[in-house]
Structures are given as structure tokens and as C-alpha cells.
Design a protein around this ligand. Structure first.
Ligand code: C2E
Ligand code: MG
Ligand code: MG
Ligand code: MG
Length: 281
């Protein structure tokens, strides 16, 4: 009898939830093993100065390729890691790898490169983060000013006071902070006004429909104007076509990132691709 909604859908929903939980646990277990077996990698996507064509920096992006040849997207496994203590170990691994890679660029044309590192929410609520990062940078002799920590707006909303305090400490040490996926969260302008950040990244979703999307164009222009008034660098994400690039340039957007400008590369390929630090070789 299908007339009773509860008698039919409820067991199905439970089964679905159970299956989902099981999948999550399986991924968590596999990920822990991948970390231990050193199967995680970092790739670096160019961030380009849209005026000069110079390579402004790179964003470190984590990759998980399984031994069987398949790979798992960070959009899937990072949120899972964030729900357990695993994110702490992954965050440390990412920071260590990124800073060692940066240190290895000494003596090359890319030695002054800025490296953006994505941070998880739980890392930014830890008051131990500033000392930890300072120690890693010191040990590897990497200037803090070359390390840009990316955090998303959403992270700010969870424990704003604590996150802002950690941000100030990090900035005082010399690290730069960038607000990622800007426009997707709910950070108030009042909060933004007092954040010790250097840059805002326009979320890819606003870039996708440029140049035909009137409203997206208005949003991009508004973020660029906001950046100018607050003295923040603006970086547009997800630039895939010349038309999008054209609109962003017309808006006065200074920096950009996307497949058009460069796919994420291994460190070795990056050095090879930019022998003199210029995006337009
Ligand atoms: P995100 O920080 O916003 O990174 C930008 C994402 O856009 C990356 O996806 C990048 O590969 C992708 N992308 C870049 N250019 C284009 C483009 O032109 N078109 C399209 N469609 N996509 C483009 P990815 O590498 O899959 O990473 C997804 C998200 O996972 C990141 O978003 C970030 O939130 C998270 N993530 C990645 N690496 C790390 C990490 O090391 N630590 C932490 N905590 N999170 C990470
Ligand atoms: Mg990012
Ligand atoms: Mg982003
Ligand atoms: Mg994102």
C-alpha cells in the first residue's frame, strides 16, 4: 500500500543515508591510507597579472590519484576530511609540500613567486596555526610574504571572532590572506572592512556566464570597484575564454586564473613552462 508516505519512503531514506555514510567512511579510510603511502600530490595553477601578462603567483591544488588509475576530486574528499581530524594531517602535508616546493625554487626565475595555499575551516579556528606556520616557514627559510593563505567566506561565519584574531596574527607574521570564492558566502561588508586581507577571489560562478550575463558582469564590476575602494587585489577565478577575459579586463580586474591562462601543473612542469617568470613566453 503506497498511500502511507512514511511506511514507504522512510526505510528507503534510512538505507540511503546509511549507504552515504558508508561511502564517506570508506573514502576517509582510503584517504588516510593515501596520505600515509604518500600518494597525494600538489599541482600549481598560474595566477596571471592581466595587464602585463606576468606570472603573479600560483595556487597549490591537491590531487589524489589512486593506484588503480582513478582519481578523487578535492571537492569531494576535502569536505569529508574536514569532518574528521584527517584535515589536520592533510593541511600539514599541503603546507609542508608547498613550502618545500617554494624553497626549491631558489635560484630560479620563479624564486619570488607567491604561492596560494587553500586552508580548511578547522585550521583557521586553531589558535596554534600562526606559530605552526611561522615555524615551518622559518625551518624552510621561506619568506612568509610569499605565502598566501586562502580561506573562504563561509569559514568566517562559523567563529568570526576567533578566525579574525588568527588572521591578524598571521598577517602580523607576514603571511598574506586571500578571501576565496568571494560572493558565495554571507560575509557582511562590515566584517570585510576590518579584515586583514590582501585580495578577494571572484568566484567562478560569476565568471562562467560572462560576457553575456548582464547581471554577472554587474557583479564582477561591483567586486572590482569594492576592491579598488578597500585597496584589495581582485583575482578572477575560472577564466576559460577570451570573451570572459575581455570583460574582466574592461572591468579593471587586475589578476586572473583559469584554463585559458594556465592549467594546474606539477612543480617541474611549472618551472619548465615559465622559464623567465612570464606568463606570455
Ligand atoms: P578553489 O580553491 O576555489 O580552487 C579553484 C578550483 O577551480 C580548482 O578545482 C581548479 O582546478 C578549478 N579551476 C581552475 N580554473 C578553472 C577553469 O577555468 N574552469 C573550471 N571549470 N575550473 C577551474 P580543484 O583543484 O578541483 O579544487 C576544488 C576545491 O577543493 C578548491 O576550490 C578548494 O576549495 C579545495 N582544495 C583544493 N586543494 C586544496 C588543499 O590543498 N587544501 C584544502 N583545504 N582545500 C583544497
Ligand atoms: Mg582557492
Ligand atoms: Mg575559489
Ligand atoms: Mg572553490
Amino acid at each position: 500500500n503506497g498511500s502511507n508516505v512514511f511506511s514507504t519512503s522512510s526505510p528507503n531514506m534510512l538505507a540511503e543515508q546509511r549507504a552515504k555514510l558508508a561511502r564517506r567512511l570508506a573514502i576517509e579510510t582510503e584517504l588516510r591510507e593515501a596520505l600515509r603511502a604518500d600518494q597525494l600530490r600538489l599541482v600549481y595553477q598560474p595566477i596571471v597579472d592581466l595587464r602585463s601578462g606576468d606570472l603573479h603567483g600560483v595556487e597549490a591544488l591537491i590531487r589524489w590519484h589512486k593506484p588503480d588509475g582513478s582519481s578523487v576530486s578535492p571537492d569531494l574528499f576535502i569536505p569529508i576530511a574536514e569532518q574528521s581530524d584527517l584535515i589536520v594531517d592533510i593541511g600539514r602535508w599541503v603546507m609542508g609540500r608547498a613550502l618545500r616546493d617554494l624553497a626549491s625554487l631558489k635560484g630560479t626565475a620563479l624564486q619570488a613567486l607567491k604561492v596560494h595555499v587553500n586552508m580548511a575551516a578547522s585550521e583557521f579556528t586553531s589558535t596554534a596555526l600562526p606559530d605552526l606556520l611561522r615555524a615551518v616557514a622559518q625551518e624552510l627559510a621561506v619568506p612568509a610574504s610569499q605565502v598566501v593563505l586562502e580561506l573562504t567566506e563561509g569559514m568566517l561565519m562559523r567563529q568570526p571572532e576567533q578566525v579574525v584574531r588568527v588572521m591578524h596574527e598571521l598577517r602580523d607574521i607576514g603571511f598574506e590572506i586571500s578571501l576565496d570564492d568571494f560572493g558565495m558566502g554571507h560575509s557582511s561588508l562590515a566584517l570585510l572592512k576590518n579584515l586583514p586581507i590582501r585580495s578577494l577571489k571572484i568566484d567562478r560562478s560569476f565568471v562562467r556566464d560572462l560576457p553575456t550575463g548582464e547581471r554577472d558582469r554587474a557583479i564582477a564590476q561591483t567586486i572590482v570597484d569594492l576592491g579598488r575602494h578597500l585597496q584589495l587585489d581582485i583575482i578572477a577565478e575560472g577564466i576559460e575564454g577570451d570573451d570572459q577575459l575581455g570583460v574582466l579586463r574592461a572591468c579593471g580586474c587586475r589578476f586572473g586564473q583559469g584554463w585559458l591562462l594556465g592549467r594546474p601543473l606539477s612543480l617541474k612542469a611549472l618551472v619548465h613552462r615559465f622559464p623567465n617568470g612570464r606568463a606570455t613566453a
